[in-house]
Ligand binder design. Structure first.
Ligand SMILES: [Zn+2]
Length: 81
């Protein structure tokens, strides 16, 4: 019975450590600093489909901003090729 208790304690410890590590990974790096220093990211409309996506997730091209690489290749719908 005592072995089972120890086993459960170890399991709980592993779970706790993994949870703590995940939190560090998520909050670490740039986001770990003062949140007031993190400026809100610009959200731009895709020139092809019009969907709004954060600038860091999209793709820039000579003709404009796109939500993904596929739409960048398809081009700007408003140009009317
Ligand atoms: Zn798009």
């Amino acid at each position: 019975m005592r072995n089972l208790l120890i086993f459960l304690l170890v399991l709980g410890g592993i779970w706790w450590v993994r949870r703590a590590l995940k939190r560090v990974q998520r909050g670490g790096g740039r986001a770990g600093r003062d949140p007031r220093l993190n400026e809100p990211e610009r959200v731009l409309a895709c020139a092809h489909c019009g969907v709004h996506v954060p600038e860091s997730e999209g793709v820039w091209d000579d003709s404009g901003f796109y939500c993904c690489e596929g739409h960048r290749r398809l081009g700007n719908a408003r140009r009317g090729d």
